[in-house]
Design a protein around this ligand. Structure first.
Ligand code: ZN
Length: 676
């Protein structure tokens, strides 16, 4: 149903409010470790505004052999399908990638300046799974000449590289054919264009390969049988569906995926084996009835320690929101972090009974929202190298209502994001070295706890006033989302400072004050740092950003918890009084709960218009200047762990070893089968 704030967005938020330093470059330990090593490297490199971050799966090595073997086969299935997503992005994306990979894997004799530019472009191409920036949906191009590309390709061919030429096509003809995609920003400029302007068609204006020659007008009167899993093609005036299945489109990749899934089944729990068998059946037939059976089997498996998502899932690439992009994730449950989430869920009623709002708005029988914290081992297609940080599936609303859904929080992705954030941001917006230090030590943990409470006890809490009719969404209208996100944030901020957390063993009593302070300081700083994301105008539109500014500006106006200071012409927000901050949070939460429970639209509007939406342009300009001078990334691509199966004499897997490539190029060439 939803994909928790795509990582790009969250990472921007994480950068804004939870800076932690780049760590020194010691290699990671090979041994299993339940807690992340503080000395290892996360941020590997930065290409334009994209960072490359190493992902770690610390508990993998300690898993039983059966689970490791299962993960191995599922990972092979994940890698087997990744070309599908490239092809869905653009009809020439795979050919482009093969040209680039042929060159960068045979660099000898290429002009250094041309090679450097081809490497830059290729890395962006890999991170974004094609030539389109995943934040803006716009095409990026090679900043060299066609002649330089051609010379580089000829040098690579001379060194033994093979190129994806068609029958009777020369290398130069291939490059000429792909030239407009490599060099002309105006050819197929936008991959998904939902608002192409008046009179223009969303399908014709979008460059993706989910459709060929089709416009919205063609769809009138056409019955689509394979909405999620087909490419829709118009030829000679007729529409047809190329179904993604065995014997259909992507036959070769799908057969490979199936063979790896079949190899995985003997190592899976019975509920998971059921789901894998159903998935194989769906890949074979492509029929929606089989997709439904698979969704039901997948959601029924709530307890397996290993799980996978593999198939045509999310629909953001399609401007119509119908066709599924291929993706795969393989992950295991992070027990330590899941136990913590479960502690909040198990004590949800205690938190509800102690909410700082009117007792009549508290639920008598509250259920915490349950989610698993997971560590991903591999993500491909629409999930990697750029990854979400939380996922809730399946998307089929009828199945959600009848059978429920599964929510996962990608714990090791969050950890790596936090740790990859450059140290400069931490120091730039902290008033004192102590504040920067506290963020470094406790910021990541504080943010995790806050997020857990936001999700598990925040959104689940509260009830409507007796006699209230309709839904709070209908009553609060355009301010509802920001109000609800603010409410959940406030629940987290409030209970972070409650002794109950130490009593439950969730934090150590000795550290709690510092953890609370680190979070309050980070949340406060974020109110100005986040302005870097609104480069035009003087209004915030995004709901999470609105709620965060509203909370801090309300506290500034109504408590003595925060001071605005300047030093050397730079603005700082300094959280000076944690007790006043928490008291204020309790008061604001009481009022926001009242607004929601009563459906008080006028009060919601006034609250956001006073505190949450408007800001001063000069302050934003100052922040943008400071952030830009730090050259911060705006999104990240992740290098996945590498698995290697160790086989005994009979061919059976005796161990699966995990290591960390620490290099995007190495991993991408390995995935493409080009590593040496
Ligand atoms: Zn939320």
């Amino acid at each position: 149903m939803y994909r928790l704030t795509s990582c790009a967005v969250i990472l921007a938020a994480a950068i804004a409010c939870r800076p932690t330093p780049e760590k020194s470059s010691a290699p990671p330990p090979a041994a299993a470790s339940s807690s992340p090593e503080s000395s290892r490297k996360y941020l590997l490199e930065q290409i334009d505004d994209a960072s490359v971050v190493q992902l770690y799966a610390d508990q993998f090595a300690a898993l039983p052999l059966r689970e490791k073997t299962l993960i191995w086969h599922l990972s092979q299935a994940a890698i087997a399908g990744r070309d599908i997503y490239y092809d869905q992005k653009h009809r020439q994306a795979l050919e482009m990638r093969r040209v680039l990979e042929a060159i960068v894997s045979h660099p000898t004799g290429i002009d250094p300046a041309a090679l450097a530019e081809i490497q830059r472009y290729t890395k962006l191409f890999w991170i974004n799974s094609g030539p389109y920036n995943n934040l803006t949906a716009r095409k990026f191009v090679l900043k060299t000449t066609p002649q330089a590309l051609s010379a580089a390709a000829r040098a690579a061919a001379g060194a033994g590289a093979t190129f994806p030429t068609q029958p009777n096509e020369s290398l130069d003809q291939l490059l000429t054919r792909l030239g407009p995609m490599f060099f002309d920003a105006n050819v197929d400029a936008i991959v998904t264009n939902k608002t192409p302007g008046p009179g223009k068609d969303i399908l014709s204006s979008s460059a993706n390969n989910l459709y060929s020659g089709v416009s919205m007008a063609d769809l009138k009167g056409f019955t689509e049988k394979y909405g999620l899993n087909s490419r829709l093609v118009k030829s000679s005036g007729k529409l047809s569906e190329e179904v993604y299945r065995v014997g259909g489109r992507y036959d070769k990749e799908i057969r490979q995926i199936i063979s790896h899934l079949e190899a995985a089944i003997p190592f899976a729990t019975e509920p998971m084996a059921n789901a894998l068998r159903a998935l194989i059946q769906f890949y074979k037939t492509g029929e929606d009835a089989d997709r439904v059976k698979y969704d039901i089997a997948w959601v029924a498996d709530k307890a397996s320690p290993v799980d996978t998502i593999n198939g045509f899932i999310e629909v953001y690439l399609d401007p119509r929101g119908i066709k599924g992009s291929w993706e795969a994730l393989v992950f295991y449950v992070n027990k330590e972090k899941t136990d913590r989430i479960n502690k909040f869920a198990a004590n949800a009623q205690w938190f509800e009974d102690h909410m700082p709002f009117d007792a009549k708005y508290r639920k008598a029988d509250v259920k915490g929202i349950v989610a698993n914290a997971i560590d991903v081992v591999v993500e491909t297609g629409d999930s990697g190298p750029v990854t979400p940080i939380g996922i809730n599936l399946p998307n089929d609303q009828r199945i959600r209502e009848e059978h429920g859904s599964k929510s996962v929080s990608l714990a090791n992705v969050r950890e790596a994001s936090d740790n990859a954030t450059p140290a400069s941001l931490r120091t730039e917006f902290s008033w004192t070295p102590e504040e920067a230090e506290r963020t470094m030590k406790f910021g990541a943990l504080a943010a995790e706890l806050h997020t857990d409470m936001h999700e598990v006890i925040g959104h689940a809490s509260g009830q409507q006033a007796s006699g209230f009719k309709g839904t709070p969404q209908e009553a609060i209208k355009e301010f509802f989302s920001a109000l609800e996100e603010g409410r959940a944030d406030l629940v987290g901020l409030y209970f972070l400072g409650d002794p109950k957390l130490a009593e439950l063993g969730i934090v150590s009593a000795a550290d709690q004050d510092a953890i609370v302070r680190a979070e309050y300081e980070a949340y406060t700083r974020n109110a100005i740092v986040q302005l870097r994301r609104v480069r035009e105008g003087t209004q915030i539109e995004e709901d999470h950003m609105r709620n965060r500014q509203m909370i801090i500006r309300w506290l500034m106006a109504n408590t003595k918890a925060i001071e605005q200071r300047t030093r050397d012409g730079k603005t700082y927000l300094e959280m000076t009084d944690a007790k006043a901050f928490r008291d204020g949070v309790g008061k604001l939460l009481a009022e926001i709960q009242r607004i929601k429970s009563e459906g008080d639209y006028a009060a919601a509007k006034k609250l956001f218009e006073t505190y949450g939406i408007h800001f001063e342009a000069p302050l934003r300009d100052e922040i943008v200047k400071r952030v830009d001078s730090l050259n911060l990334p705006s999104y990240s691509g992740f290098v996945m762990p590498r698995l290697a199966a160790v086989k005994g004499g009979d061919g059976a897997i005796t161990d699966v070893q995990i290591s960390y490539p620490m290099d995007l190029t190495t991993q991408m060439l390995e995935y493409a089968g080009l590593s040496k």
